[in-house]
Ligand binder design. Structure first.
Ligand SMILES: [Zn+2]
Ligand SMILES: [Zn+2]
Length: 248
């Protein structure tokens, strides 16, 4: 069992469990031929990720693949720990994101850039949480491969390009669940944003994004079904003209 605690775990639709992790989020999916994850948190989240697969009612031996929204360490950091125990699990990402996923170098804010930002509100609080999550551990996922449309044939999900945050950021639409998994292309809240901000779809703090202008265009072009499952912040759904957190 992990000593880390998720902020919330929500059964969004049959076979779709959203985990708002300690700092970043992931999704557990039931697929016809086994279990899949979308993202896997920070390095320190590996055990918690596996705990949530079991919590969702699955056998860990049925874990088949991990789809990646993007290669930042708060989304792929937990993958090596999962692969250590389940080496047969496939890791799939957009071709343009492979370098970020495989690492160890990635398109991500550097410690020096973060150092220059420490005076910004809430940055220190976020950084402390990131470091406790093992953010500085070098993360490599050499077996990650580029997905093709063939990988989604017959599956209840469709990848959508959501570039800008990183070169190959991807969102995953789950039509049967009326949901989209957005990674950091769209978040609902982030620890660097004011606590008073109500969770709703919004851009992550631009500091974390490689190309903000492109990211804004991508976020506008995404489909928004009833439910948004973001990379940070709670899951939200539409109630009238409002976005409201999905109850856990
Ligand atoms: Zn993130
Ligand atoms: Zn990110």
């Amino acid at each position: 069992m992990s000593s880390r605690r998720p902020r919330s775990v929500v059964s969004v639709a049959p076979g779709v469990v959203f985990v708002e992790g300690p700092v970043s989020n992931w999704v557990v999916l039931a697929e016809e031929d086994g279990v899949a994850l979308i993202d896997a948190g920070y390095p320190a989240d590996s055990d918690l990720v596996l705990d949530t697969v079991r919590w969702a009612g699955h056998d860990l031996g049925d874990l088949r693949r991990i789809y990646v929204t993007h290669g930042h360490v708060d989304h792929v950091g937990g993958i090596p720990g999962v692969l250590e125990r389940h080496p047969h699990v496939q890791v799939l990402a957009h071709a343009d994101e492979l370098d970020n996923v495989r690492g160890p170098g990635r398109q991500q804010v550097t410690p020096a850039e973060i150092g220059g930002r420490l005076a910004a509100p809430r940055t220190l609080r976020w950084l402390a949480r990131a470091i406790r999550s093992d953010a500085l551990r070098p993360v490599t996922v050499p077996t990650a491969r580029a997905f093709t449309l063939h990988d989604f044939a017959g599956r209840a999900m469709t990848p959508f390009p959501a570039v800008g945050h990183t070169a190959g950021s991807t969102a995953y639409l789950l039509p049967a669940a009326g949901a989209i998994v957005t990674g950091d292309a769209v978040v609902t809240h982030h620890d660097t944003q004011p606590r008073a901000w109500q969770p709703r779809p919004r851009m992550i703090t631009p500091f974390f994004t490689a190309d903000q202008e492109t990211a804004v265009e991508s976020a506008r072009a995404l489909p928004y079904p009833e439910v948004v499952l973001p990379g940070h912040g709670p899951a939200v759904h539409r109630v009238g003209s409002e976005w409201v957190p999905v109850a856990g």
